[in-house]
Ligand binder design. Structure first.
Ligand code: PEP
Ligand code: MN
Length: 339
């Protein structure tokens, strides 16, 4: 961190600030005196320093970070790709995972039927929402706890680990028992209390990118989970809000190489919520694999026209099977292993 002092600030005031910073934050401060102004260079753990508060100091002109504010998620301190295991299935570091299943669990027949279909096509994990974050309070909110129980049945029927969204800290214990990968949805990416709570869980966390959040904000949310003790985090790009209204969201494929540079955490892509249209899911999933993603998450429904949620973007088990055959070739071509 670099602090530029206001022109004309005397040595006594500079010394007082240096001593305060060294005392309060355990950093080492080097002073460079230029013509008319001085610059302080801070070395050490500056992540805890509040830049805005420091800028309010009457003697300070400007404060700049030279290091990222995230540590545990930072590739600089962990150069190797992290591999996160989900119910025995590795994701990241050369292992490409495919998560497939309906937007929401609707009935035993539906979830077991879809689970068997995606398993036969080669999916690695089963998704299905029991608690749904819906824009309208009048829309289907998910089956809740019984939905979670049905996911357990689908796991027992197929052996596929379960990915499902947690919206409230009050269900952490239940999800600790019932889920294999706990999803934090786009709308909760910056629900910091929830992030701290899932940080205490032992299950891996799938952290979706917020609808209008930067890469750094997203990685900082991963940092919240990791700082609370859970380092098993997988990031998921699911499209962001832009001026384009043709698609539901705009898939930001730049996120994959960017996050790869910033962080060692695995990153997957959800082309279904990005596109919002079933026919666009396959090309976007292929693009995700080509640009280096560690996996994809796609919505699959046995009867899309009658789905209770997101039917327009769901693949049928047959179209999912076609996607899997193409993905398998591409994943091999980019030197990864489909798990
Ligand atoms: C979902 O995966 O079902 C979902 C609601 O996604 P998002 O949080 O990305 O909108
Ligand atoms: Mn959905």
């Amino acid at each position: 961190m670099v602090i530029v002092m206001k022109p004309g600030v005397g040595q006594e005031a500079i010394q007082a600030l240096v001593e305060r910073l060294e005392r309060e934050y355990e950093v080492t401060v080097g002073v460079t005196n230029g013509i008319g102004c001085s610059i302080l260079g801070l070395v050490g753990d500056t992540a805890q320093i509040d830049m805005d508060k420091l800028s309010m100091n009457a003697t300070v002109e400007r404060v700049m970070r030279v290091q990222e504010p995230y540590k545990k998620a930072n590739r600089k301190f962990h150069p190797e790709d992290s591999v996160v295991e989900v119910g025995g299935v590795p994701i990241g570091g050369g292992y490409f995972g495919v998560i497939a299943g309906p937007c929401s669990v609707e009935s035993e027949e539906q979830i077991i039927g879809v689970a068997q279909g995606v398993k036969a096509a080669g999916a690695s994990l089963l998704r299905g929402g029991a608690f749904k974050p819906r824009t309208s309070p009048y829309a289907f909110q998910g089956m809740g706890v019984p939905g979670l129980e049905l996911l357990g049945k689908a796991r027992r029927a197929t052996g596929l680990p379960i990915v499902t969204e947690l919206m409230s800290p009050k269900y952490c214990e239940l999800f600790e028992r019932e889920a294999d990968l706990v999803q934090i949805g786009a709308r909760n990416m910056q629900n910091f209390d929830l992030l701290k709570e899932v940080g205490k869980m032992s299950k891996p966390i799938l952290l979706k990118r917020g609808l209008a959040n930067s890469y750094e904000e997203w990685v900082m949310s991963a940092e919240y989970i990791m700082a609370s003790g859970n380092e098993k985090v997988i990031l998921c790009e699911r499209g962001i809000r832009t001026f384009e209204s043709y698609t539901r969201n705009t898939l930001d494929l730049s996120a994959i190489p960017a996050i790869r540079k910033m962080s060692h955490l695995p990153i997957i892509v959800d082309p279904s919520h990005a596109a919002g249209m079933h026919w666009m899911v396959e090309p976007l999933a292929m693009a995700a694999a080509a640009v280096g993603a560690d996996g994809v998450m796609v919505e699959v429904h046995n009867d899309p026209p009658h789905a209770k949620c997101d039917g327009q973007q769901a693949l049928t088990p047959e179209s999912f099977q076609r996607l899997m055959s193409k993905l398998a070739l591409l994943v091999e071509l980019v030197g990864k292993r489909l798990v």
